[in-house]
Ligand binder design. Sequence first.
Ligand code: FES
Length: 283
Amino acid sequence: VNAAERPVAVWLVLSMLASVGFGIAYALDANGTLPHGNQWLGGSIAAALGCAGVATILWSIRLVPPEQVLEERHDVPSSRADRGAAGAELTAGVEVVSRRRGLARLLGGAVGALGLASLFPLRSLVGENPDATLGRTKWTAGARLVREDGSPLRAADIDEGSVATVFPEGFAGDADSQTMLVRLHPSLLRGDAAKASWSPDGFIAYSKVCTHAGCPVALYRNDIHALVCPCHQSAFDVTKGATPIEGPAERALPQLPLRREGEYLVAQSPYPEPVGPSWWDRR
Ligand code: FES
């Protein structure tokens, strides 16, 4: 590497080092031992690409001859002297290229290191299938309904037209399990006859996690018997299986099967379908 080539070589070596740094940062980040992992990953790959870019610019400025060469059209065949001169020029050109062999190796090394660094993130695609966990809540058969403070909820505590946020006993506050309990006059309930047996004495329970984007469906309009999500105003008709009647949600809120056990309410089973936004399991 001569003096003109040295800056190009330096930037190529820096690019390789940054690519190696990306690999190390990725490994440490995967172990959870690297604070600010995203910043290190982004910074190192940006440095690798930036250094390779600077090397390319310097190469074109310092090492590529700037002049334009035009050759006048001439008679065919060329004279013996011209052919001899062309051969000599070709030989000289090959020598120039072979003198840059070291630089070409460095360029190959920098591009190869970048290519290897870009393969590291493929490992991030390996992981547990989310279906195994995203489809479950803490509700189990026989779980008693409790309030947010963990106290058991008595059926007599809820008047007709009232609602309460409930959780499975032992898991008060669990975000995926939050459920809206509504008490209606039994004559109001319509729709799926099979699900009518899930609503003893007009008590009916739906997941509180909005099927649009996951906000808590925290409001209830007794005049239209609808649960309303405050985020984008989706409304769900609780008398008809919580089917959406307004707003962007397209899927009904899953219904939790209930039964009476003395003065308390308990779940007959877990939710029969996944709760929450429908994009990951339906579309
Ligand atoms: S999150 Fe409920 S309507 Fe958008």
